[in-house]
Design a protein around this ligand. Structure first.
Ligand SMILES: [Zn+2]
Length: 144
């Protein structure tokens, strides 16, 4: 009886691990999209609160396998940054209020490639990718 219960628990754990990995996937080449269509891959979702359909940020210079995506609110909470001045383009006044930036602490705009297999480096996002990101709502509009 004990052994059967242990086996059942192992099975459940394995299923949970698989579900977790699926959930945490931040890109998926099977879900390619185009910037001009304005579509949003289903993988483009806040890793913390699950927000979908809005701008997301990613950790600067983190390997893809460790990458987490965060909405403005979650990134601000994690980084301890004030985003009360953030606008529709995703820019906010920096801490000393001297310039506008689209970074939230160490988090930079997360722009997936159209192949949806990785994210553009902060300084190498193509103009169409920048436009796509800027047009997304800055704040989560829907929690799934
Ligand atoms: Zn979030």
């Amino acid at each position: 009886m004990k052994r059967r219960r242990a086996r059942a628990l192992n099975l459940i754990n394995a299923q949970l691990r698989r579900a977790y990995r699926r959930m945490m996937k931040v890109v998926d080449p099977k879900q390619s999209f185009s910037y001009h269509s304005g579509g949003i891959p289903r993988t483009y979702r806040c890793s913390r609160c699950g927000a979908y359909g809005c701008k997301l940020w990613r950790d600067y210079q983190t390997f893809l396998c460790n990458q987490a995506l965060q909405c403005a609110r979650c990134a601000a909470a994690e980084q301890g940054k004030d985003i009360s001045t953030i606008d529709a383009t995703g820019k906010r006044l920096d801490d000393d209020g001297s310039y506008r930036t689209d970074q939230i602490g160490w988090c930079v705009p997360a722009v997936p490639t159209e192949e949806n297999n990785t994210f553009w480096g902060y300084t190498s996002v193509p103009p169409a990718g920048c436009d796509w990101w800027r047009k997304l709502p800055t704040h989560p509009v829907q929690h799934v």
